[in-house]
Design a protein around this ligand. Structure first.
Ligand code: SAM
Length: 224
């Protein structure tokens, strides 16, 4: 209870003050190289899971983008088979500060700088009203412990409501990819999909030669 009170107060303060240094630029060569691999990883996972439906235009939503270090991978994947794309990323906790005093919001601005029609939205998925051809959701909170650990108030733990909302903003004929980390979260995700009566394809463990994460990652694809 005390932990939740602390998380709620911190969350309130950072969203009120929106304090951050401005104009983040990553200059560390090692971090830039790692980020390059993260984006290749993202591209590869999308390539393995999303069926390409070439079109003149496509709208894509990334949910829970954090600082959107993987935006380039998403952008180049969808641009590879659509003439024009609009890529939006929504993040509830956009004003969280890193130890370098740049917020996720300022950091995300760096990662999406050269990507046309790409927007980082500071807000709750539940306030998204536009509809999308593709929705990408890496590592949603499907159990409460990671959300607490992440420092979010417990009132934001609402996996069923968020998943229902995500489905409601997916266009007919659209595809949604959900990636979970660890077997426990994958089981919780599967249960959630079943409880909500959502048809899905289970891809099982997804891997890429570009990068290996500590926990196995599991993918689910939903076609509407
Ligand atoms: C485990 S992190 C995953 C971050 C990122 N997608 C990745 O792969 O590294 C989950 C993210 O979802 C965000 N989030 C949680 N609830 C949300 C909501 N209702 N709307 C938007 N973002 C949310 C959290 O703040 C957090 O940044």
């Amino acid at each position: 209870m005390l932990e939740d009170l602390k998380n709620s107060i911190d969350f309130f303060i950072r969203n009120k003050t929106k304090f951050s240094r401005k104009n983040f630029v990553e200059k560390d060569e090692k971090k830039l190289l790692y980020n390059y691999l993260e984006n290749l990883y993202t591209y590869d996972i999308l390539e393995q899971c999303i069926k390409k439906m070439p079109a003149d235009s496509a709208k894509i939503l990334d949910i829970g983008s954090k600082n959107w270090f993987y935006a380039k991978g998403e952008y180049h994947f969808f641009k590879s088979f659509n003439k024009n794309i609009c890529l939006n990323g929504v993040e509830l906790d956009a004003h969280r500060l890193y130890s370098n005093f740049y917020s996720r919001y300022e950091t995300a601005k760096f990662y999406i700088k050269k990507l046309k029609n790409t927007n980082y939205i500071s807000g709750n998925l539940l306030s998204i009203k536009n509809t999308y051809n593709y929705i990408i959701w890496f590592l949603p909170f499907v159990t409460i412990e990671p959300l607490r650990y992440w420092g979010l108030p417990e009132k934001y733990f609402m996996p069923e409501k968020l998943l229902s909302h995500a489905i409601s903003v997916l266009k007919d004929g659209g595809q949604m990819l959900i990636v979970n980390q660890g077997h426990k979260e994958a089981l919780a995700q599967k249960q959630l999909l079943e409880d909500l009566n959502i048809k899905y394809t289970e891809k099982g463990i997804v891997k890429s030669t570009f990068l290996e994460y500590k926990n196995d990652r599991y993918a689910f694809v939903i076609k509407k």
